[in-house]
Design a protein around this ligand. Sequence first.
Ligand code: MCA
Ligand code: AMP
Length: 527
Amino acid sequence: MTTQPNPAAMQAAAADGNANLFVTLRGGFPADLDRTAIETGDGPPLRYSWRDIERSTAMLANLFESLELPAGARIAVQTEKSVEALLLYLAVLRAGFVYLPLNTAYQSSEIEYFIGNAEPSVVVCSAKNFSWISRIAFSAGTAHVFTLNEDRTGSLLERAAHHSDIHEPAQRSRDDLAAILYTSGTTGRSKGAMLSHDNLASNARTLQQYWGWRDGDVLIHVLPIFHVHGLFVASHGALLNGSKMIWFSKFDPRKVVERLPDATVFMGVPTLYVRLLAEPGLTREACRNMRLFVAGSAPLLIDTFREFEQRTGHTILERYGMSETAMLTSNPYRAEDGERRGGTVGFPLPGVGVRIRGDDGTLRTDGEIGGIEVSGPNIFKGYWRMPEKTREEFTDDGWFKTGDVGKIDERGYVHIVGRSKDLIISGGYNVYPAEIEGYLNEMEGVAESAVIGAPHRDFGEAVVAIVVARPGASLDPASLTAQLKSKIANFKVPKQVFVVDDLPRNTMGKVQKNLLRDQHKGLFADA
Ligand code: MCA
Ligand code: AMP
């Protein structure tokens, strides 16, 4: 077991008062509120001061308060990335409600599940999706559906414009919920991970110290803001440190390289680093002012790590986290804390415990491989309305079972070597084979299917489906793909579908996915 004292969490515990995460983040804003907080890196050139953040989140929070929502009300949001969408998130915290972000790629059956399960009081969506999303929301009992578009139009901002720009942040205690993030956890249907104000605030403070956030930092923000990486790790870091963000609504490697000289910090999933390396403009000169490149959400290939170091002179700092836990481990930032080692996810963060449980059920301290279990102030409060599932995922002594498989080496670095959960991570997005297999198996003419991840140079892993037809039926892979495209988020749709006579099984009758993975491992060698 590895646990270090967490001065940030102790400091937080000592400071009594309002534990609202918005208050914590606002505590980092600079004294001069007229300084630039956010400038857009793509789309129309826009500049937002810290005062703009203060005023607009107050107006939005006042709007939410005027709706007289029940305590603990969820506000679900599926909008394109924009600065206003970030302000909306901050306003939900400020008003003391629970933020529920949804991937913009989700389609109606997916949205129906999340809204039905979370029962949000308010839903915010893009105007182009209003008709179908509002139908789902109203039938699930949602009282208010607003629109917010990427060009700063929509009913949400129109309504907020009528409210005061002064607002006292709602009083919240450390364990009150700040956000629910849907994740499939280790298996099965999507579960809502409940994160408290303190889960997120303590993690943000820890990262601020551990990654050496300082005056003059400028973050290039390119990640989507419906997941931990873009919404919490990146945005919280900059806000808590009062640092400017250069805000991109979409990742464009060429534009990012152009802006690197204006920045000091960048965060991305491994796919973004692979794409940056394909840009000839990525040079030492372009990175001359950068001090930190962070990677996470999926394994960073050692080749990418090395190539990046050679090209830029910067050693990518890889870290590891989950929706249920925010950040757990990190390679060191400061040289005195150790070297950044490619192929590892570094040390447990201060205050975080990481331990390994072997196949025989015993805790291993000998560098052996086993299930990774974690503890700390950042570990979530459980799965929304799923007490049974929550119990299953925690040990008797309260540690969370991550479903990742790894080891801690003799120098204390954590290595992730695999997953016990059947999960594919494609370009930083999680795809659960069982979900895709479920959709395929319902299609006409399909007897059964197996979905696997195959190595892919750009996405890390790509989704592949192997399908067996019913006797007498003939299946067309293109038609199966088209049907899936109409039902599920595009990143989940298999890049290849194969129709075969039968699936390999072991003597117990279980499909041998390892054989299928082996058979298809070269599929995207040239991708
Ligand atoms: C897009 N496509 C993908 C993916 N993204 N296919 C597989 N995997 C993907 N991730 C497909 C689309 O379906 C589409 O296919 C085609 O690529 C072009 O779509 P587009 O939207 O233009 O793609 P893109 O803009 O190039 O997006 C690639 C991307 C994006 C920038 C890598 O996927 C991305 O932002 N990934 C980051 C995800 C992230 O933030 N994860 C953090 C989770 P077609 O043309 O056939 O429709 S937080 C987390 O995991 C934990 C807690 C942690 O530790 O951080
Ligand atoms: P999510 O469900 O989006 O929270 O994804 C969390 C999962 O992403 C973890 O359980 C890991 O399997 C994976 N993950 C996150 N960071 C890393 C990393 N640096 N290396 C390998 N896997 C990672």
